[in-house]
Design a protein around this ligand. Structure first.
Ligand code: DC
Length: 224
């Protein structure tokens, strides 16, 4: 019989960073390479944001939002995100959903309502978790913490390409403005702000290919 480790020893690789830093893509590829589970925590905030629009809850109404988040009926299956049994994987990628996610993510009670759901992703043989506070708040005991960065211009160019590929319209000027606003809000909020954990390894992906970034993270994990 395979020996089982206590829950807290199941390895977690935390990959945090600003929006469009490439963390989602890098996290998914690292998880595939290692055969680990994947948590895209931004998708949870985006699902909550989408639900808040559907149920007509204002971004400032944190009590109603926290109650909504606690009762959210969401599932992740084979890369698809479902809300109330309906696949909303494409819808949650829209910029306005990301901006609303950032707006509701400032509330302590909304974040608290998502903690247990995020930690439940920690399963054998391991987890790669990406977001803003994976290494600082959700998995402070992660075996490897990576903070991905890239210049705002490099990120806007990537996001532009992604959105066009997905059939959304996008302007570089608006994207640059939105990314700067979102960085500002995510970094300066009082609760779980976007910042590297003290023991995080910094990886600037501005001039790295995705493969190079993945190699670096897998290499760090293997040599730790
Ligand atoms: O990573 P993303 O762009 O999908 O995230 C959308 C928003 O959700 C982001 O701007 C801030 C919020 N978020 C957060 O506050 N904490 C996380 N761990 C992940 C996302």
């Amino acid at each position: 019989m395979k020996p089982t480790r206590p829950f807290h020893q199941t390895p977690v690789i935390a990959i945090d960073g600003p929006t469009a830093s490439g963390k989602g893509t890098v996290a998914a590829l690292v998880a595939a390479r290692l055969g680990f589970h994947l948590l895209d925590s931004g998708a949870l905030y985006r699902l909550a944001a989408l639900a808040s629009v559907r149920y007509g809850i204002a971004p400032a109404d944190h009590e109603a939002l926290a109650a909504l988040v606690s009762d959210l009926h969401i599932t992740f299956r084979e890369g698809c995100a479902q809300l109330d049994g309906v696949d909303v994987s494409s819808e949650i990628r829209a910029e306005e959903v990301g901006n609303r996610a950032s707006a509701i993510a400032v509330h302590q009670d909304v974040r608290a309502a998502l903690v247990a759901r995020q930690r439940a992703f920690r399963k054998e043989p391991g987890l790669v978790a990406d977001g803003r506070d994976m290494g600082t708040v959700i998995f402070p005991d992660a075996v490897l913490k990576v903070f991905l960065t890239a210049s705002v211009e490099a990120r806007a160019a990537r996001r532009h390409k992604q959105l066009i590929q997905k059939g959304f319209s996008a302007s570089m000027e608006n994207l640059l403005r939105d990314l700067r606003d979102r960085d500002e809000r995510d970094s300066n909020r009082a609760v779980a702000p976007l910042k590297p954990a003290a023991d995080a390894k910094l990886l600037d992906t501005s001039s790295l290919s995705i493969d190079q970034a993945v190699e670096e993270v897998v290499g760090w994990y293997r040599e730790r």
